[in-house]
Ligand binder design. Structure first.
Ligand code: TA6
Length: 304
């Protein structure tokens, strides 16, 4: 996988103080977008947002200190793109967990910026490698817009002649001060619990994290709010094109089993994932498209 030369990317797409490219960890090219509202970095490997920092705020996203930056491996943090399946492949467990989009090189298509916003588009197209994993033709476009929020849009276009069904997620890792002190609201409803594998359960009130949590909340179009008194902030997570939201924290034992994750890092992160998963799989006919959107913003909140 030979990435485009960073100097060439800066020559063709760079704009001083607005959009620049640099070689990140593992030599993966990173697009750096900045404006008065904040800054964000996107890896061309995996099409993965790796950082987002609104002006005057602390970083919003978490990336493990042990993250691995190697071809064919997922980067542990930021906003991994789980596509075209969420979780293990439904029929063949030998295929990569959470699909292949986060394991491939994406191609830069456009950058744009104005007084109030900056945006970048990357794309991934089917080829013989992807068709070996998933026998369909597609055009996958990632659009990242930085203004007073960070908006991530993932659009799947079926360019083939047969319909396909996909599950997917924007698997966002959020940075928190102390997992024991946060609460998450907006998901008072039914969920599948992947830890206990029990039948559908009901969420009553806000979500507190006191052990491993791996839940797919279904039939929900709600925005979520992470309340983090330790950092004196809230993270607001809006969504469109999704009826499922996933909440994950690996807690102690699973953290120890993850080589690309520090044993203690479960205390400083939580995943809130905008998804089409479980009952919310998406069927796309030839020539049709579906867009999954996650919108992030932070709001200072006096410490309780
Ligand atoms: O989103 C929750 C989940 O499906 C968990 O079950 C856990 O596997 C997590 O994703 C991380 O998956 P990954 O393949 O990135 O290690």
């Amino acid at each position: 996988m030979n990435f485009p030369d960073v100097a060439q990317l800066n020559k063709n797409f760079g704009a001083v103080g607005r959009i620049a490219f640099r070689a990140g960890p593992g030599g993966f090219p990173l697009a750096v977008m900045a404006n008065k509202h904040g800054a964000t970095e996107i890896s061309l490997y995996g099409g993965q947002v790796l950082s987002y920092r609104p002006t005057g705020h602390l970083p919003v996203l978490f990336v493990s200190r042990n993250a691995i930056y190697a071809h064919g491996k997922p980067i542990r943090g930021g906003i991994p793109i789980c596509w075209p399946w969420f979780g293990p492949h439904p029929d063949d467990s030998s295929r990569p967990m959470h699909g292949f989009a986060r394991l491939l090189q994406w191609h830069l298509t456009t950058v744009e910026y104005g007084a109030e916003n900056s945006e970048i588009r990357l794309c991934l197209l089917d080829d013989e490698r992807t068709r070996a994993f998933w026998p369909h033709q597609f055009e996958l476009t990632l659009r990242v817009v930085l203004d007073a929020s960070l908006r991530i849009e993932l659009t799947t276009l079926n360019t083939g002649n047969k319909p396909f069904v996909l599950t997917q997620a924007l698997h966002s890792y959020f940075s928190v001060r102390q997992i024991m002190d946060i609460s998450i609201r907006g998901l008072e409803g039914a969920y599948y619990d992947n830890v206990t594998n029990e039948n559908v359960r009901q969420q009553n009130g806000t979500i507190l994290i006191r052990n491993e949590v791996d839940r797919v909340y279904v039939n929900t179009t709600s925005d979520c709010v992470i309340n983090d008194p330790g950092l004196g902030r809230q993270i607001l997570i809006g969504k469109r094109g999704s009826h499922a939201t996933v909440i994950w924290n690996p807690w102690i034992d699973k953290s120890k089993r993850m080589t690309d994750f520090g044993d203690d890092e479960y205390t400083r992160m939580v995943c809130v994932e905008t998804a089409n998963a479980r009952d919310d799989a998406v069927s796309i006919a030839p020539g049709q498209k579906h867009t999954l959107i996650q919108t992030l913003r932070t709001d200072m909140k006096p410490k309780e």
